[in-house]
Design a protein around this ligand. Structure first.
Ligand code: ADP
Ligand code: MG
Ligand code: MG
Length: 897
């Protein structure tokens, strides 16, 4: 760092654009100062100074000098000196990062008070009670935040004194009692730290500044940043601000207000005010607060000035502002403002209200809402009015409200779900074997693992409600019961879990569907039936913004769907096609035996027989699918996973055969052959083994059968007057040669069927790009591929060399903690690495084939951040799970602005 770098800015010198350097609070204090609003003067220490301190463990040399200069300017401007014995200047030391992290970091008020200046303050204010109250607050806050003394030690003492004095609130304490309390607090400090409470005002200031710097790296701050995907290296600014006092009597007070209701988005100001109080008292809920209407009656002049300022700020920021203010003996002071946080519903409503008030344009309105918020609005919720019994609270891993009978294993989950019952899968932790159970459960509850555990990741991926890491729950799978805080729940009994809050409730809580989902699936009229005005306004807002996104976006949005049912749902949610139909899901259940037969076939005749049985089943699947998607592009992927995934488990089968032999019965010939096949097909790394196009080249007839089924289905639909628009996709291609070879076979079959059926079918053949080699040689691959679809899950696995199922639980928690990445690359696309391969493939593919269609069909297709990347990278469409389609539509619109 250069020695002359400016590390300190007076409020009068900055503005709102400087949030990187001054943090949000500092930049907005500067902005309000620039606007001429009544802000107490002060200065901001930059995030650069903080970063330097966090790197080196000490402040930059020049910081002390610059702080001294700024402090002198402040003192000279006010004509008072920090901590002076007569009429002292006091300051607050306040944290403030670029992105607001509410309640995460520290603030110390009344810095500058000591045994002498407290008397000067009392004299200047002509108020003993106020001065001693301020001093006890300083020691309390300083003790807690700078010296790390547990806050209960102060609070307990305060309670004791109140009890002794026979009063219920702190304002009733006499000056003498407060003075005694100051002595007690100083004793607590000396006792806890072995040092006296620092009397030197500048030392108080320096220590408080450091504490703010240090607060950047507390556990809760790190956890918060991880959850909000805020980088760990931004650092915080520190704001030093001249104190104004809300605790100077009945004509003073402190408050917070909003220019609109941040919970619902309702128009009209909203706020709380507390008489004779300071700082955190309002939010701490110590005493009852007054509404703004009461405030207007109490102090009409301050209230009307506040009202003017609120309007001024909303006009200036053109958005909901939240504001912190203080009144000192009838004079209003502004202590903070920012564009306020809001609930998902409020975001949509406020954005459309501002359009209607002609404060922002429709494009701007679109920037004010996010796909995450839309996703939140889509989850059903527990009826807020229903009575409930909370059993425990753990991590909110995947949102939603789920009720079900408790089951402790995947098989039982599948079996009971098949009987049409709602089940809640409860496991200590889940692993890939639990997948089927998770698919069939309404929700998943685990007692171990965090937000990147298998359960959490998979549940989020499939949109299943999940609460994880509920350590208070003892999961006894063997005896099929769970115990939690004295309650025992046996298999089959009901539990309710809230994946948005992490709460677990006894029994069944009634669930109310989201009107937003009704709107998305069935349209505006259906959604407006019987809802209250607020919900109706919300639904209309979502409708308007989503339609605007649809008009704005360049990216098309398709869905990943494997069945006609999913396809229909996706279509109603606005999908413009299917980007990925995974055919492997069609080989589960009863059809598994047919695959077994195919694998076991030792001559062409038995192989062909097995394929011949599969053909009509596949054809029927595709007919249904193409009917559901009539007129829209439908991309069907040929079989991708290794064949052994369709065979019985090796261990189980080996045991069965061994037992049969040992008992002298002898194993069946079928089982022995099956076992031999399982062993022959065993792979130690199946993800990189005999799968994808390799299957097509190594298992004669398999891809041919699928292509035949697809083409015959398309022909049937065309002859029935439909408009089938099917596209065939070949997975895991690494070399153009693989595609050439497969195309030879495919083109032949399509030609033959067209001829036989007497219809012309236009069936583009394309490939997934999911290996780095495919991306790098995309120029060649495009010679043979009519479209590319980026399989970003596999491309992430193969680019990073991460096996998804293995690393998520084992490595990612540590990597997120250490800051290797701020978000899992499976959740949000890694732009630098995987993204670079995608850009390369886009460019090279178009060189060979300018009109080549480019899509994305990995999970990332529904991730808001990733959608923006795909827009910039120039792909034509994204494809994601059906319930993510509206999210992708909204984000694609936002990306295009
Ligand atoms: P947070 O980031 O948690 O909101 P702040 O730095 O805004 O923390 O401080 C919390 C509260 O302390 C403010 O809302 C305000 O009431 C009070 N406060 C901060 N600075 C001053 C000041 N200079 N004078 C009076 N009160 C202050
Ligand atoms: Mg604040
Ligand atoms: Mg793949």
């Amino acid at each position: 760092m250069r020695d002359r770098a400016q590390l300190v800015y007076d409020f009068a010198d900055g503005d709102r654009t400087q949030t990187d350097l001054l943090g949000g609070k500092g930049a907005n204090l500067a902005e309000m100062t620039r606007l001429g609003l009544p802000v107490p003067p002060g200065f901001t220490i930059t995030t650069e100074a903080c970063k330097f301190y966090l790197d080196r463990g000490e402040e930059p040399q020049s910081l002390r000098v610059q702080v001294t200069m700024a402090l002198r300017r402040l003192e000279d401007g006010l004509g008072r000196r920090l901590g002076d014995v007569q009429d002292p200047l006091l300051v607050s030391v306040r944290s403030g990062a670029k992105v607001s992290m509410p309640g995460m970091m520290e603030t110390v008020l009344n810095v500058g008070l000591n045994d002498y200046s407290v008397k000067g303050l009392a004299e200047a204010a002509k108020d003993e009670r106020f001065a001693w109250d301020s001093y006890r607050r300083l020691i309390q806050m300083f003790g807690r935040t700078v010296l790390d003394i547990p806050s209960e030690r102060f609070e307990d003492r305060l309670d004791e004194v109140k009890a002794r004095e026979g009063v219920t609130t702190d304002v009733e304490l006499t000056p003498v009692a407060l003075q005694g309390l100051v002595e007690d607090f100083k004793g607590i400090v000396a006792d806890a730290t072995g040092r006296e409470f620092p009397q030197d005002p500048r030392e108080q200031l320096d220590l408080a500044m450091r504490a703010v710097f240090d607060s950047w790296n507390t556990d809760r701050a790190r956890i918060y940043r991880r959850r909000e995907r805020i980088p760990h290296d931004l650092g915080t600014a520190v704001n030093i601000c001249a104190m104004v006092f809300g605790n100077m009597g009945e004509d003073s007070g402190t408050g917070v207000c909003f220019t609109r209701d941040p919970a619902t988005g309702k128009q009209g100001v909203y706020g709380d005010y507390l008489v004779n109080a300071q700082g955190e008292d309002v939010v701490a809920g110590i005493r009852n607060t007054l509404s703004l209407e009461d405030f207007a009656r109490l102090d009409p002049a301050s209230h009307s000035e506040l009202t003017r300022i609120m309007r001024r700020l909303e006009t200036h920021y053109r958005d909901l502002c939240d504001i912190e203010f203080t009144v000192e003996r009838g004079k209003l002071w502004m202590l903070q403002t920012r564009v306020g946080k809001r609930t998902a519903g409020a975001a949509f409503r406020i954005a459309t209200h501002l359009v209607d008030e002609q404060v922002i344009t429709r494009d701007e309105a679109l920037t004010r809402v996010t796909g995450h918020q839309l996703a939140q609005l889509m989850f059903p919720q527990f009826d807020p009015d229903a009575p409930r019994t909370l059993l425990t609270k753990a991590m909110a891993a995947s949102p939603g409200a789920a009720v079900g009978e408790v089951v402790f294993d995947s098989a039982t989950a599948v079996a009971r779900a098949a009987e049409g019952r709602r089940v809640l899968l409860v496991r200590r932790e889940t692993n890939p074997d639990d997948l089927e159970g998770m698919i069939h459960a309404t929700g998943v509850l685990t007692s171990r693992g965090g937000k990147t555990s298998h359960a959490a990741v998979v549940a989020r991926g499939m949109g299943r409600t999940c609460v994880c890491g509920a350590e208070e729950i003892d999961v006894d799978a063997e005896n099929k019961v769970l115990r939690v805080n004295g309650t025992t729940v046996a298999e089959g009994e009901l539990l309710s879990i809230d994946g948005s809050t992490g709460e677990v409730f006894a029994g069944e809580l009634p669930v109310v569907p989201s009107p937003v989902v009704t709107y998305l699936e069935s349209g505006l009229d259906a959604a407006l039936q019987g809802v209250d005005e607020e919900a109706a306004d919300l639904v209309r807002s979502v409708d308007r913004l989503l339609r605007h996104a649809d008009r704005t976006r360049r990216l098309a949005v398709r869905a990943n769907a494997d069945s006609a049912e999913d396809a229909t749902r996706a279509r109603s949610l606005g999908a413009q096609g299917i980007g990925l139909c995974r055919t492997e899901h069609m080989f589960l259940g009863d059809r598994r035996v047919l695959i077994e037969r195919l694998v076991l076939a030792d001559d062409a005749a038995s192989r062909d027989a097995a394929l011949a049985e599969l053909l009509p089943l596949q054809r029927a699947d595709f007919v249904e699918l193409l009917e559901a998607m009539d007129g829209l592009p439908t991309t069907i992927r040929l079989l991708d996973p290794p064949l052994h995934e369709f065979l019985p488990d090796h261990t189980e089968l080996a045991v069965k055969v061994a037992v049969a032999k040992a008992t002298g019965e002898g194993a069946s010939e079928e089982d022995e052959r099956l076992l031999a096949a399982v062993e022959r097909l065993h792979e130690s790394n199946p993800m990189l083994g005999r799968r994808g196009v390799r299957l097509g080249l190594l298992v004669p007839g398999l891809y041919g059968m699928q292509v035949r089924a697809i083409t015959e289905a398309a022909a049937e639909r065309a002859l029935a007057g439909g408009k089938p628009r099917v596209e065939i996709m070949v997975p895991l291609v690494g070399s153009v040669m693989e595609l050439h070879l497969i195309r030879d076979e495919i083109d032949g079959i399509i030609g033959e069927i067209q001829e036989a059926a007497g219809v012309r079918l236009d069936i583009p053949i394309g490939t997934m790009i999911e290996l780095p080699r495919a991306a790098l040689t995309a120029k060649r691959i495009a010679e043979s591929a009519e479209f590319f679809s980026f399989g970003t899950n596999d491309l992430t696995q193969t680019t990073w060399g991460f096996s998804r199922d293995d690393v998520e639980a084992a490595i990612f928690a540590a990597y997120l903690e250490k800051g290797v990445f701020t978000v899992s690359p499976f959740e949000s696309l890694d732009r630098d690495g995987v993204g670079a391969l995608i850009r390369t493939a886009v460019e090279k593919g178009r060189e060979t084939r300018p009109g080549i269609k480019l899509g994305v069909c990995g999970e990332h297709g529904g991730d808001p951040d990733s959608v923006h990347f795909f827009h910039y990278a120039g792909v034509d469409y994204v494809s994601c799970s059906p319930f993510r389609v509206p999210v992708a539509r909204l984000e694609a619109g936002r990306a295009a602005l």
